[in-house]
Design a binder for this molecule. Sequence first.
Ligand code: AR6
Length: 183
Amino acid sequence: MDTQIERFNVIIRVVQGDITCCKADIIVNAANTSLLGGSGVDGAIHRAGGPAILEDCVRIRNKQGGCPVGGAVYTTAGKLEAQYVVHTVGPVWNGGDHQEEELLATCYRHTLQLALELNARSIAFPNISTGIYRFPKEKAAEIAIQEVTRFVQEHVGLNEIIFVCFDAENAQLYSRKLQSPIG
Ligand code: AR6
């Protein structure tokens, strides 16, 4: 059940599956501030990409002490087909009055900005913060689609943005919101 639309000459797609199998110049990881790996999509990316990704993460950590919430850093993609992995750190959902929405929006903006700097044409996002960090899925989908749409309206360079949804609930949410005129 893939959905595809075009906004400002950029293809925006929703697919359900494992992001490590996705063909894109950049694969985005939902990391934590330590950059030292974890479970969920973080674990899957490190497993599939091999130890070179962690080696780069450790280098970044030693240089700048990890990555703040809302920030984004890039590493090799190791054995993955992508050129780079961009690691961004989503907020932990803590009721909604701790700037969670703005911080999640910042993750998307910083990641997209970094993708442009890396001359990427295509980028695949997981549903940042909606797993272990418990961000409400519907709100997260709205923020993700809004930030991506705003970004492609204001910046030229990317051709394709893929939302890779692991679970059916997120895949349906994204498909619905992407196809709605106000989505
Ligand atoms: N491909 C695509 N999406 C996936 C995959 C995969 N292989 N595996 C899980 N997801 P989560 P968070 C989805 O928990 O909430 C880590 O330990 C998952 O269904 O991976 O940002 C980090 O190190 C969910 O929709 O990330 C941090 O400590 C989405 O990816 C913490 O988890 C995000 O779920 C970050 O928590």
